[in-house]
Design a binder for this molecule. Structure first.
Ligand code: ADP
Ligand code: GLC
Length: 478
């Protein structure tokens, strides 16, 4: 099959969260099974290595309205893996800054542009995909274009699929985007793209794609309800028959404690000894006390209401005051929450370290050096870090929601399970879960068995690719 991804993130070239990891790993897994994959994505100012890229199209005229001088871009290209090419949309004005999702007046045009450029690049090169696979809101208008303006073009027979990686972010922009993309006026009504007086990108994608995917079976159920639907649950329910939850996986090229260049010593489930060195090295790196023999709880996360860390920061002082655990956090996001965590580190300098910012190497060392990994998410479409944690023998402590519920098997109080799960997104729930994790840590034999089970649990992208292919085929039949 020929598969076109339209995605705002593609790791390692761009990544704001797990979406970048997911598109890169899924593309590689599909290509490894013999399919031809192209991923169209913006060339942000932060993308490294543009000198080494080839040029696929020197000057692509993109079919958008507005200032004609702003309607052209260059398409750069590189090979990600055999069969998998990235096509970068180079447009200085739209994507020259470093951020993936900047706040700016023309953010709607900026998102719409690269989606339309993806389709124009296919038409110009005559590389016509069987399936166009759109990722999250920025690509949401691509299925709408295929069903309307491009219906009679060479792309009109493509199947389209959209993955909802996170329903909270929908892309609500002014009505003028309709004219910018040349979308027919009948789409401007509340049963179509209109939403709260604006144009909702993700709503368009959900309504117009032949199939709708989300990143775990539990989240696929949750988004049918008002509690998780962010106002679009009625739209998702309209597509219930075409909705499928497919779990993400772990890219073992990136996340494998046996061959991780970022960590102090390699280890595996059969030879776990190196993990203790990783823990000692992490504590030294973060200037924490190394002589306490306490469990280390790690966090690597966006600091955003989704992640429930505003609740954790209220519960942790008690445990730190009582000297029962050490805590390390790497993250950034909400400024007030960043400050609360900074204060926690100041209050408990030997037991708690907080690094505000983005640091890939440190994220690997936290996965390798911690005993537990805390993810108290209010909702979590899939979540990758709990799976990376299990691969590194770091037991996840998670709220039982979305992909967390689908990937972490709760410790049964004896020796079965792969982590700790709790039900309620509140401070009592987190308090209970931390206490339960400490109970497990007090039982070294049980802890070791659970750790080994976690390390040997496989979360495979090739399995995910097979499920995606089945979905693509059903979209094509449609
Ligand atoms: P989400 O996509 O909602 O942020 P995921 O668990 O799916 O959550 O993926 C998050 C990804 O981003 C992981 O690969 C994680 O390691 C990475 N990440 C998040 N914050 C940071 C950070 N501050 N530094 C390095 N990596 C980070
Ligand atoms: C989103 C979700 C996260 C998921 C990731 C990749 O960012 O918040 O749960 O793992 O996308 O699909």
């Amino acid at each position: 099959m020929k598969i076109l991804f339209v995605t705002p993130e593609l790791a390692p070239w761009s990544k704001a969260g797990g979406l970048g990891d997911a598109t890169a790993a899924l593309g590689k897994a599909l290509a490894a099974q013999g399919h031809e994959v192209r991923a169209v994505t913006p060339l942000y100012g932060s993308v490294p290595g543009r000198e080494g890229m080839g040029t696929l199209i020197e000057a692509l005229k993109v079919d958008v309205g507005g200032d004609p001088r702003k309607a052209a871009c260059r398409i750069r290209t590189l090979t990600v893996s055999p069969g998998f090419e990235a096509w970068f949309v180079e447009h200085e004005d739209f994507y020259g800054s470093r951020e993936v999702y900047p706040v700016r007046e023309d953010a709607g045009e900026r998102a719409a542009f690269y989606g339309r450029a993806a389709l124009d690049a296919c038409l110009t090169t005559s590389w016509i995909p069987d399936v166009v696979h759109c990722h999250d809101w920025t690509a949401g208008l691509v299925p709408v274009l295929l069903n309307t303006k491009l219906q009679t073009s060479a792309l009109g027979r493509c199947a389209s699929v959209i993955t909802i990686h996170n329903l909270q972010h929908q892309g609500l922009y002014p009505r003028r985007i309709m004219a910018y993309l040349g979308l027919p006026e009948f789409l401007w009504n509340p049963l179509e793209l209109e939403c709260l007086g604006g144009l909702n990108f993700l709503k368009g994608g959900i309504l117009h794609a032949h199939r709708v995917i989300t990143v775990s079976p539990t989240y696929a159920q949750e988004i049918l309800t008002p509690a998780f639907g962010y106002g679009l649950d009625d739209i998702v329910r309209r597509r219930e028959r075409d909705l499928v939850g497919i779990l993400n996986g772990v890219d073992r090229d990136e996340w494998n404690p046996e061959e991780d260049k970022h960590i102090a010593r390699s280890f595996s489930s059969k030879m776990p000894a190196g993990k203790a060195d990783c823990k000692a090295a992490l504590l030294r790196e973060l200037n924490l006390a190394t002589d306490r023999n306490l469990p280390v709880f790690g966090v690597v996360s966006r600091l955003w209401d989704q992640k429930g860390l505003d609740l954790a920061v209220q519960v942790l002082p008690k445990f730190l005051r009582e000297g029962r655990l050490q805590f390390v956090l790497l993250g950034s996001g909400d400024a007030a929450l960043e400050n609360e965590f900074r204060r926690l580190a100041t209050d408990f300098p030997e037991l708690c370290a907080v690094r505000i910012g983005y640091d890939n190497g440190l994220s690997h060392r936290i996965e390798a050096g911690s005993d537990f990994f805390l993810m108290p998410s209010r909702f979590e479409p899939c979540g990758l870090n709990q799976m990376y944690s299990m691969a590194y023998g770091t037991l996840p402590v998670v709220r039982a929601t979305g992909g967390l519920a689908d990937t972490v098997r709760p410790w049964d109080g004896k020796k079965a399970g792969t982590g700790i799960t709790f039900e309620h997104a509140d401070t009592t729930g987190i308090d209970w879960a931390l206490q339960r994790a400490l109970d497990l840590y007090q039982q070294p034999n049980a802890y070791k068995v659970v750790q080994k089970t976690a390390m040997e649990t496989v979360f495979s992208w090739s399995k995910s690719a097979i499920a995606h292919l089945a979905c693509y085929k059903s979209a094509l039949d449609r």
